[in-house]
Design a binder for this molecule. Structure first.
Ligand code: NAD
Ligand code: GLY
Length: 374
């Protein structure tokens, strides 16, 4: 599906790295570095406004709102904040409305800048609120989970969940800048780090064999939170995502490869009830299932599917999905943004390092589900 070849990894620098996402007049930078929340120049050049609203949650707010507030105070007269309840189960209309209520209570105007301080849940909801409030206000992503730094904060997908389907209500709306401070990962629980690694691993099989090799060689360093290794993994993930989104911002085709593992994964999340499994955990297992499907379709050999599974297993992420029953999986997978005319379509690997999207015979999908649920 790719139309231009992926640029090689830019040299990882000792200081802050910048990855640019090239969307013409909406282009923006992703900054990756240590202590960015405490450096004045991190926020230079962003829109200034009378009011700013930091959107965070009850876990991240107490850890980082004060730092962010101090850093952006020179650019805004009033820096407000709102703390949302924490959890995927709160990624809904009622919680979104808390953001609008705060903005309206404070008579925030259309220049108000929103800052998303937190993981993917806060980032997706803040972006959606920014897209909607007064038909669009600027926002900045300050992701504080590994998953958000390598994926959700980049590329402008914003959404909330519906009980019947994950991320089904949302908008494409790009941030002004993405600020990945590696220091914030120090407080991240290990289970969340692993969930983020699932989205990091994703980039190897779909786009970059050399990165897959590097991940296999460096997984122990990543699991031990070696900052140099984490920085390189975040930088390469962002470069790959920027390359994809730069070609296909609104997912007319190529961008769908970023959903490798997500068709099965979203079914797990929705089927168990949001928040039971972490998004990254569901994606990890979904990638195992989609690798097996790719092998059954003859696109890769069984050994290659096993190679992907082994890397996921090495992180400690689950590799077996819950036994929801094949009927339920199929029903849930039909409510997927990639489905067309009722046909479920999967991101499949083949050859390793490239991905495409296609349907599969129902019995084959049932066999995959039977083989990878426990
Ligand atoms: P999350 O936002 O729920 O964060 C995980 C947990 O870590 C939360 O409890 C949070 O409060 C806590 N946390 C965050 N930063 C912390 C820190 N520095 N220290 C301590 N605790 C911290 O989950 P996530 O994995 O970041 O994001 C998952 C969400 O992202 C899902 O809703 C998924 O659909 C979405 N997503 C969106 C995209 C996209 O392109 N927009 C891509 C991938 C995933
Ligand atoms: N996480 C999938 C995408 O951004 O397209």
């Amino acid at each position: 599906m790719a139309s231009t070849s992926l640029p090689p990894l830019s040299s990882p620098s000792a200081g802050t790295s910048t990855v640019q996402i090239d969307l013409g007049d909406r282009r923006y930078d992703i900054l990756i570095g240590e202590g960015l929340l405490q450096q004045a120049d991190t926020f230079q050049g962003l829109p200034k406004s009378s009011k700013a609203l930091i959107v965070t949650n009850t876990t991240v707010g107490p850890l980082y709102t004060a730092q962010l507030r101090a850093a952006i105070a020179p650019f805004h007269k009033d820096v407000l904040d709102v703390e949302l309840p924490d959890g995927e189960q709160f990624k809904d209309w009622a919680t979104l409305n808390l953001i609008f209520t705060r903005l309206l209570e404070e008579a925030a105007d259309r220049k108000t800048v929103l800052y998303a301080l937190g993981g993917g849940v806060v980032g997706d909801m803040t972006g959606f609120a920014a897209a909607c409030y007064m038909r669009g206000v600027p926002f900045v992503q300050v992701p504080t989970t590994l998953l958000a730094q390598v994926d959700s904060s980049v590329g402008g997908k914003t959404a909330i969940n519906h009980p019947a389907g994950k991320n089904m209500i949302g908008a494409f709306y790009q941030p002004q800048r993405v600020i990945c401070d590696l220091v914030t990962l120090d407080t991240l629980p290990q289970r969340e780090l692993l969930a983020g690694l699932a989205e990091v691993i994703k980039y190897g099989p779909i786009a970059d064999l050399a990165f897959l090799d590097w991940l296999e060689a460096n997984m122990d360093r990543l699991l031990a939170r070696d900052r140099t290794a984490l920085k390189l993994a975040i930088q390469r993930s962002c470069e790959i995502k920027a390359w994809v989104v730069g070609q296909d911002e609104k997912e007319a085709g190529l961008r769908a490869i970023l959903n490798y593992g997500h068709t099965f994964g979203h079914a797990i999340e929705a089927g168990l009830g949001y928040g039971e499994w972490l998004h990254g955990e569901a994606v990890g297992t979904g990638m195992v299932m989609a690798a097996d499907l790719s092998a059954r379709l003859g696109l890769i050999d069984a050994g290659t599917a096993q190679r992907i599974t082994a890397l996921i297993a090495r992180t400690g992420l689950p590799t077996k999905g819950p036994k929801l029953g094949a009927e339920r999986y199929l029903e849930l997978m039909q409510v997927d943004k990639k489905a067309e005319g009722g046909e479920i379509r999967f991101v499949v690997i083949g050859p390793l390092g490239r991905a495409t999207m296609q349907g599969a015979p129902e019995q084959m999908v049932r066999d995959v589900i039977a083989a990878h649920t426990a």
